[in-house]
Design a protein around this ligand. Structure first.
Ligand code: TMP
Length: 253
């Protein structure tokens, strides 16, 4: 069998050349990391769950007219996606204070924010993804003012969709991160939601108990990440049948 061409390998995913022109195959690994890779582990079945969950969210977004890179799931760990030119920003939307905004501004975790807040972080591991302003984004040419207007509109639509879906299964969407890609169609460019949407890139709290069901379970050593992600998938009705539940956190650092 011919080896596929690897395009890019990140911390949690690998991109391979696609099976059709203008596509990539996105492979979800079991690797998890936090603190810019300082803490690492393999979580059995995480890639399978995130492949399913990202398929679920991206399909729903496509159905309500929010464009994404997702085409179709290929197998347990892989999905076919459109080739995009990634804008080098992590776009974060927050509904409730937690994580870095709580630290930076001294707002107690769990405090509802007056309105959804959209933030940008420059995607650069060596700089630890610093927060940047619209001024930086435009001055350094990462995106135009028009792009930013479109990015905010996309991010807020994703927020409304995800918040509603999660509310329906008793989960509060505290915050999330998305990445945006450009797709060129002749001379025209459009922006789409790219990368993944999964509990790796969201904060999800049980509405009744406040229990964390996202990657903070790993970041903060709160128990089994696999159990948390399985619970999210179970509530959403997208639990694959043969995921192993055992967690072997081979902490490297
Ligand atoms: P933060 O509180 O650490 O800034 O993170 C906000 C949300 O964005 C949280 O759900 C985690 C997610 N996120 C990522 O998935 N990757 C990143 O590189 C960053 C900065 C945030």
């Amino acid at each position: 069998m011919a080896r596929r061409k690897k395009i890019y390998e990140g911390k949690a995913k690998i991109l391979y050349e696609g099976t059709e022109p203008g596509t990539f195959v996105q492979y979800f690994k079991d690797d998890t990391s936090a603190g810019d890779g300082a803490k690492k582990a393999q979580i059995d079945g995480k890639g399978v769950l995130n492949n399913r969950l990202s398929e679920f969210f991206m399909t729903g977004l496509n159905q309500i007219g929010v464009p994404t890179h997702f085409i179709r799931r290929l197998n347990m760990r892989e999905q076919l996606v459109r080739q995009v030119e990634i804008i080098p920003l992590e776009v974060v939307v927050r509904n409730v204070a937690a994580g870095s905004i709580s630290k930076r501004l001294g707002i107690a975790e769990g405090t509802p924010l007056p309105r959804p807040i959209v933030e940008y972080y420059f995607k650069d591991d060596s700089l630890h993804d610093p927060m940047v302003s619209e001024e930086h984004v435009i001055a350094f040419g990462w995106a135009s003012q028009q792009d930013l207007d479109d990015i905010i509109a996309l991010a807020l639509r994703v927020n409304d969709f995800l918040s509603g879906v999660m509310l329906g299964v008793g989960i509060r969407l505290v915050d999330f991160k998305i990445e945006i890609g450009r797709i060129w169609e002749g001379d025209f460019m459009r922006l789409v939601v790219a990368d993944e949407i999964s509990p790796d890139s969201c904060r999800l709290w049980d509405i009744e108990t406040g229990q964390k069901l996202d990657k903070d379970v790993f970041r903060r050593d709160l128990g089994s990440l696999s159990d948390a992600y399985t619970e999210v998938a179970r509530r959403l009705g997208v639990l694959p049948t043969n995921v192993t539940h055992s967690v072997k956190p081979t902490v490297i650092n």
